[in-house]
Design a binder for this molecule. Sequence first.
Ligand code: FEO
Ligand code: CA
Ligand code: CA
Ligand code: CA
Length: 518
Amino acid sequence: SQNEINRLKNTVLESILPSDKDDLILAKGLKYQPIIKWGDEISDADTFGFNNDFTCFIPLDKNNPKDGLLWVNHEYIHSLYVSGFDENAYENPLDHKTLQQVDVEMYNVGGSIVRIKEENGVWQVVKNDSHNRRISAKTPIKLNWDTPIKGKTTAIGTLANCSGGITPWNTFLTCEENYDGFFGETIYDENNQSTFKPSRYCGWEKFYNHPPEHYGWVVEVNPKNGEAQKHIALGRFSHECCTLYELEDKRIVAYSGDDHNNEHLYKFIASKPSSLKEGTLYVADTVQGKWLALDWENQPKLKAKFKDQTEVLIRARESSKILGATPLNRPEDIEIDPITGHVLVSLTNNYDKKDFHGSILKVEESNGKFDALTFKASTYKAGGEENGFSCPDNLAFDFAGNLWMTSDMSGSAMNKEGKPYLPFKNNSLFVIPRFGKDAGKVIRVASAPTDAELTGPWFAPDGKTLFLSVQHPGEQTTDITKPTSTWPFDGDNIPKPAVVAITGDLIKKMNNLNLIEG
Ligand code: FEO
Ligand code: CA
Ligand code: CA
Ligand code: CA
């Protein structure tokens, strides 16, 4: 109604100040409620995993935005909380972890499917709904490729699930990012001889002989039955995310960043409609504005080093360097601007190159065609004190085309004297309005609890709820009796990653800006 529009128009978009308080602080016009947190039962068989990152919501009935399936990534574990393993108690900690501890840790990564419903303004998990299930580092997952990978057509589990995406046919995409921290990695010397490099972080390979080559992929999950498959054609690297565009002929263009210092930006162009199984993977030369094909058959330089296309895809990082791809400052999340069609890529930082605050890269495909093989790259917005943010990570456009962005300053450097992140205080959620007097400004609208990162922003289809993950509160804790955070303040003084629903006038206002001011 006109009254409602007038009321929303008068909602002031007020920035909050940087904060180092152990709380989820929101701007005026926003409120939150926890939906689900680590350890909550989702069914008689399953509990919600740890370190929730990407969230994605698909309504069961497209006409009812208040009842649907929430997918949540569980990226990694903090062993002190999850398995009780204290890595600070030993000189060589990974020699002391038990099988039982590893099993608990493996269960707590991957993802969750949970049915959630909003009634009277309250979002709740529908416990024991038949869709509710866990996918973990224990779940068998098909390798969607015509030749076996390390002799197998099925991998065991998914892990390092950071950000993700959604397909036009309503399945979830979950991306395996820092996979080498779980089962190690195969590395190659200058003579192309391989050796195994143990994981420094989890040490699971001491108990399970899972090939590193089974991780580092984009994984598609069917929300209806939990069936999953790893898409080999999209290449193997530290996939942050997978952001899709559907061409007129229904073929998919998929963008994905490799979140590692000096790694690359990729684009996959499918060869068949509504499928991610076959196509060509390209890597970006952002200097010349060229997409370079990681195509064994047609690239003599790749033919000279690798035995076939499967090897090129498994060793995508090396293949990219051979072709002259541009090293980037840790490409994280990617979103396509719904109004301009520009592809925005968070480059979070590159500490070694003294890029402490990162930037957002803008990719303009030639003639606005997503299957173009040339583009123009420029900086959309630089991090730093002038723009009020540092280390951009997740991006999300709302339904009016405003850009929402989270920051990911690392816990070991955040709020530390002598580090460049001190003025920014805790990690935050920002919005960059597209219209009105604040257009283009970076406005801080949420501040995370101590050591936490806000991740996985996702709007419900009616634009009235923003789902948001609060990941790794209290991550710097080394003594469980003295946690650095106690969020979400649920009584036992143990911090817990959780997904919250953010609602309020500000969410409505931002999603209606076109209508109000246009
Ligand atoms: Fe898991 Fe690149 O953030
Ligand atoms: Ca991330
Ligand atoms: Ca996103
Ligand atoms: Ca990050």
